[in-house]
Write a protein of this length. Sequence first.
Length: 222
Amino acid sequence: MSDLAHAEGLAHHWESYEQQQEASFFGMWVFLITEIMFFGGLFTAYIIYRTANQEAFALASNELSIAWGAFNTVVLIGSSLTMALAVWAASGGRRKMTVGFILGTIALGSVFLGVKAIEYSHKFHEHLVPGPSFDASHFPAEMANSAHMFFNLYFALTGLHALHMIVGIGILAWLAILAGRGRFTPENHNLVEGVGLYWHFVDIVWIFLFPLLYLLGRNGGA
């Protein structure tokens, strides 16, 4: 084993930062593949139900706010940019910039969650939350059950996405603390890159969710 094995941030079972980085990326991609399969099952369920109930799903989609959804899409695209800049700053050993861009990503992620809370509160107020209090009078009687299924899938998909955002923000907060302590260097910043991959994945999931839930088939079209 070389002296690098005792360098700060290098685990004892790796011989170099490059080896540690490759293993870190491999592990993150394996994790993301399992996430793709997880969300893929939910997307498949949504597509199957929507194909079978196109008119009802289109009417239910009209209850969502395109403005809020579009705003959140812009917010998340911005957060992907700040996350990419955080990786760039960490790769150059720029401590203050790394912390700043990570905090910017946290701020944008928090804005997204705040908007989602507003949307959810509207659905609670309008009694469009799945369950015994669901107000089917918003829809024709023959479409009520299908509209109820739309909101089941809406809350499942967006709720799980929001949960991933919350976890990501928690990890980013920890990352900001490490960055502030000078933990990352040009040779050893794979942790920032790994978290960046996770954050970009969560953003991409929303890029698919927005058109599927908010845009597809609105105003009665299929």
